[in-house]
Design a protein around this ligand. Structure first.
Ligand code: BG6
Length: 474
């Protein structure tokens, strides 16, 4: 059997993309609430355009999302029906600490996630919690400048201490930051950062990154004190970079591009800044303020496992004229050997196996695939049913390659959660139209629809995959 007996099959979501109820039960305002759908989204999430309040003529999809806040029981029951062994979800920081720097946590927020955890446990589903999935309190963004400010580490520490204490014994797997490298492409969405004219953006980013890395190590330390049986992982937006040609110049570009991402895991898994990054930061004169205590903390508190998202491989060339396409918030050169999704993301199942191997070779720690899936337009019939064979095909080929990575290549893999088992708001575009789910949600890009949940064809397919522990992919 390629997959271990306790292999964790399931699905993954993020608070801001499905909960809605953005101002209910004491929740404070977050950066993710202020990311509109449409033309402005990219400049807002990248921190180039400041949007610190709601603007009248914009639509903000996170406000209502798919109303999971009020429907979580129905949604988790459907996950249980598919046979989920694990459900990955995230905490909205502002449900727990509405401003981020509050002295006391908000009991209603803590209760909400406790209910979700208990609902999962009722069905024998393991909760896997992302502490922050792009969520950041707006109060901390405005008053403290986001993660660029060292004090934010203390506020994060309060958050994790509260969560670990409250949910001790119930949650075995924690992730500190979702796709920590996304801060490079989307610093407002990823870290509550926006910039003033003339600011050295890269310098601010690396100071903020350093604070997140220290906060992640602190969280690891605290978890080991509070709940030594629980495990902590880092989380990377992965997808290996290929050189567009065998020209050594392209090969070197690919090496550098891969290091841009692996740098984060190098620190979180090995416990120190790699020499290539220190050299680069010194050369650019943007070395963050790194204290001796920080170094000690990083060294002593490395992660137990490495989790990542994989949607596509990436490609790079020295030639600036090479055609570009999108890939999970990052621009990449178009790979002539691969077909793209409707949103231009390359479809590369073998790239998944390559990425799994590359990461395992580099770190030799258990891996956890916490996101993978196909964002596509679904057209329901008159009963709301979607025949999503294209999604089944995508997942089948990816799971087959994951199986090969485990069975043939010997990668140690803990589990696999598909992205968005239920349709939810897209992070990069804010659309509902870009759907990943096994469950269709009747809601359009602008919040119209009944929110009714309907199983798609892929629902029964994934159920069978889980039942057979990945043996039956037909
Ligand atoms: C990852 C994120 O980047 O990819 C998710 O962790 C996101 O939040 C997912 O939704 C898919 O991207 P998108 O842009 O299609 O929603």
């Amino acid at each position: 059997m390629p997959f271990r007996e306790d292999f964790l099959w399931g699905g993954a979501t993020a608070a801001n993309q499905l909960e809605g109820a953005y101002n209910e039960d004491g929740r404070g305002l977050a950066n993710v609430d202020l990311c509109p759908i449409g033309d402005l989204r990219l400049s807002v999430i990248s921190g180039r355009k400041k949007m610190l309040e709601f603007e009248d003529d914009e639509f903000y999809p996170a406000k209502g999302a798919i109303d999971h806040y009020h429907r979580y029981k129905e949604d988790i029951a459907l996950f249980a029906e598919m046979g989920f062994k694990v459900y990955r979800f995230s905490i909205a920081w502002t449900r727990i600490y509405p401003n981020g720097d509050d002295k006391e946590p908000n009991e209603e927020g803590l209760k909400f996630y406790e209910n979700i955890i208990d609902e999962c446990l009722k069905y024998g589903i393991e909760p896997l919690i992302t502490i922050t999935h792009f969520d950041f309190p707006m109060h901390l963004a405005k008053e403290y400048g986001g993660w660029r400010n060292r004090k934010v580490i203390d506020f994060y520490e309060n958050l994790v201490r509260t969560l670990f204490t409250r949910y001790k014994g119930k949650v075995k797997y924690w992730l500190t930051f979702n796709e920590i490298n996304v801060i490079l492409a989307a610093p407002f969405m990823g870290a509550g950062l926006y910039f003033e004219d003339g600011e050295d953006i890269e310098k601010v980013q690396y100071q903020a990154i350093h604070h997140e890395l220290v906060a992640s190590a602190k969280a690891t330390k605290i978890l080991r004190e509070i709940d030594p049986d629980a495990k902590v992982g880092c989380m990377l937006a992965a997808g290996s970079y290929y050189p567009l040609t065998s020209n050594p110049e392209d090969v070197f570009e690919a090496l550098k591009a891969n290091r841009m991402s692996y740098f984060f895991v190098d620190v979180q898994s090995r416990g120190y800044y790699p020499s290539y990054k220190l050299a680069e930061l010194k050369r650019k004169n943007i070395l963050p303020d790194i204290t001796e205590d920080d170094k000690k903390l990083l060294k002593e508190n490395t992660v137990d496992f490495i989790s990542f998202s994989y949607y596509s491989s990436r490609c790079i060339s020295k030639d600036s004229r090479a055609e570009q396409t999108a890939s999970n918030l990052l621009k990449t050169v178009k790979n002539p050997y691969l077909k793209d999704t409707e949103w231009g993301w390359a479809i590369d199942p073998l790239g998944f196996r390559i990425t799994l191997n590359e990461i395992y070779d580099r770190y030799q720690k258990p891996l956890f695939v916490v996101e993978n899936g196909l964002g596509a337009v679904d057209t329901p019939d008159e009963n709301g049913y979607v025949e999503d064979d294209y999604r089944i095909d995508y997942l089948r080929e990816h799971i087959q390659n994951m199986k090969d990575a485990v069975e043939i290549d010997g990668v140690d893999l803990l589990g696999y959660t598909t992205w968005g088992p239920i349709d939810l708001v897209s992070a990069s575009t804010g659309e509902m139209k870009k759907r990943y789910g096994f469950i269709y949600v009747d809601r359009d890009n602008y919040g119209n629809g009944t929110l009714k949940r309907t199983k798609k064809k892929s629902f029964d397919w994934y159920k069978k995959v889980i039942e057979s522990n990945g043996e039956d992919l037909s």
